[in-house]
Design a protein around this ligand. Sequence first.
Ligand SMILES: [Zn+2]
Length: 242
Amino acid sequence: MHLPHGHLGPVSHEAEDFAAKVAALQAAGHQIAVHAQGERAIDMVLEAFAAAGKINGLHHRLEHNALITQRQIERATALGVSLGFFVDHIYYYGDALPDIVGSRADRYMPVGSAMTAGAVTALHGDHPASPIDPLRSLRTAVERGSVSGQTQTALGQAVSRGDALRAMTLNAARQLGQADLIGSIEVGKRADFTLFNASPLTSDWQDLTVAGTWKDGQPAHTGLSSWLRPGPAWTALKNMLF
Ligand SMILES: [Zn+2]
């Protein structure tokens, strides 16, 4: 990343100015999502959310959260602020993180702590910051591995496959205030779902591929090659049905 050790970037907003923007957006009924990585920026956001007062129905969002502290996680949870994590950093920058953030690498992207604290915890990509690949995000939240395979970052923050999957589906829907519409396969919700060729909870990662996606009950991306070879998709469908 070409950043020197101990790098300290300028914050993008003045605190007062930022708090005024948050208050105005909240008054207009908007959900606010702020992308922040460092402790100073996250403090500024939480201050502004707290000053704006009780959030009515809409829960504001903190996104990325690379260096959010335990105290900040607890404060966000108490304020009803959801926490989204951009775990691709661990995959792409994992080997370099100790040089960039020092010992703070040991608590980098604390997905596990956020879940334990009871925050609505989600995982996201941030394309074009990294290539779109939800399966990579899922696996990284579970294994915390770098692209080289040399480094596992803050392994104590790893979550189970089930929790990672929930973070990318149901929790993400809760984050948007749409848990009654999307996020899980249930009667009464929109039929938006992904069909894997095998169980994402148990199969080997390298064997796991997407056979197709559905939106509003219609095939959206059928992974043409997998349907030209319908065996894996049909097997997965049968496993789900019977
Ligand atoms: Zn961002």
